[in-house]
Design a protein around this ligand. Sequence first.
Ligand code: AHR
Length: 509
Amino acid sequence: MKKATLTIDKAFTVSKVDDRIFSTFIESLGPTVYGCIYNPEHPTANEAGFREDVIEMMKGINRGAVRYPGGNFVSGYHWMDGIGPRENRPVRTERAWNRIEPNIMGIEEYTDWVTRVGAQPMLAVNLGTGTPEEAANEVEYMNFEGGTTISDLRKKNGHEKPYNIKLWCLGNEMDGTWQLGEKTAYEYGRIAYEAAKQMRAVDPSIELVACGSCANDKTHPTFPDWDREVLEQCYDKVDYLSIHRYYNYDPQLVKDTVFPAQFTVEDLPMIPEDMASFIDAISAAADFVKARKYSNKTIYISVDEWGVMGSELVQPKGLEWTERTLPKKGERMMFHSNLIDAALFGALLITFLNKSDRVKIACQSVPIGGIFAVDPNGGCYKQATYFPFQQAAAYSKGTALRVALDSPTLQTENYGEKPFVKAAAVYNEEAETITVFAVNLSLRESVELESKIAFENATLTRHIQLYDSQPLAVNSFENPNRVVPKEVRVTTGNPVLPPLSWNVLQYKL
Ligand code: AHR
């Protein structure tokens, strides 16, 4: 069996891990909000009309923030449509996704829901069809103590105390041709500057995320000039630049989407490398502007939408992947995450931990449908992708360590030879543990992982693994525990990482 070797040393750290690397993103898309989150007819609905079964599931993962209300949706959304008595709220044609928006779940209901799931709010303002003044009014409504017409309107609507929302996104994907109110980098940089100025005038304590490139794909012509040009306009006024990325590994599945297929299932080890190089490119663009401005301030990265669009159709040569559950019509986006998706989730989270000196926020996209399967009219269950997300969030409290990893390589289909083991390590000083997260992205080979840990008396005490000999296996309403992690017996030998496995290795110091 091939061997990978990981070396870590107490002296070599990356950064304290920001809780917000384990954030999520929710928007009014399909039945996500109306049906899965808000559904007063549901047997588990509480007094506010929220589904308690979904709240319970969300509680299990939320160490960070929940970004809302969009997404593409926010670029045509006027927040005042969603406040005050429900019977007076307008019903609108929603032009990002071509739906009808009833405006039942406004920004106050969202904040109430986020509080119930134990996460922090992260609100996006409309810089597509909206104005800087509208954005500043939103901050005033949510954060201003009182004594002004707008903040007193909040009180009149039943909320005496300000919500004090700290984290705000200045629009969404303004570089996308599909975006309502799409802009050039200069136009967006100017409106972001003006919105930031007015929003901070109302509440100087807020943190602001500007829209960076929504793709690093070859066909996205503005990457990465967009980021430089935007920051040239608003560098001093913002704290983070966003990037968005959805990966897939089945060219058949994505042939009709905005961006062409880039990877096949034989290219999996390249996917986390691609994310790492996206982060590096955007950081370089930000640092270029920093140098030009002789600034002392660093702009951090918010990967404020990320996800994996799974496939149950892939069939690598020579492998017997017979267990597959084909989605019923219309179910593709909402159900069925398999072991490949889970391994990729793990590998992307590992990338964020290894870059946690720069990445401070990362929002897994639409967990309802990604991490959880939720039937708008029925129950819900945890998907395979839940486990790496939940475990990485739970076991990475502390400081990310610099990992020197010597991994065996494999021949990918489109990207040459690539190392296929990915790993990150977090030192928790309080609990006196080191947790190593490791993924094997080979479809075929198991690998032994030797850890050289330059800490006194580091002893492997626990190994949790998510693995199945049928990588297309999924959980379902009929069998919600088909794919679950297992404890692996710890021996004196090196732990073994089977193909497409996610592993949590806990060392006690
Ligand atoms: O989550 C789906 C969409 O993907 C979001 O609305 C948008 O921001 C991205 O393009």
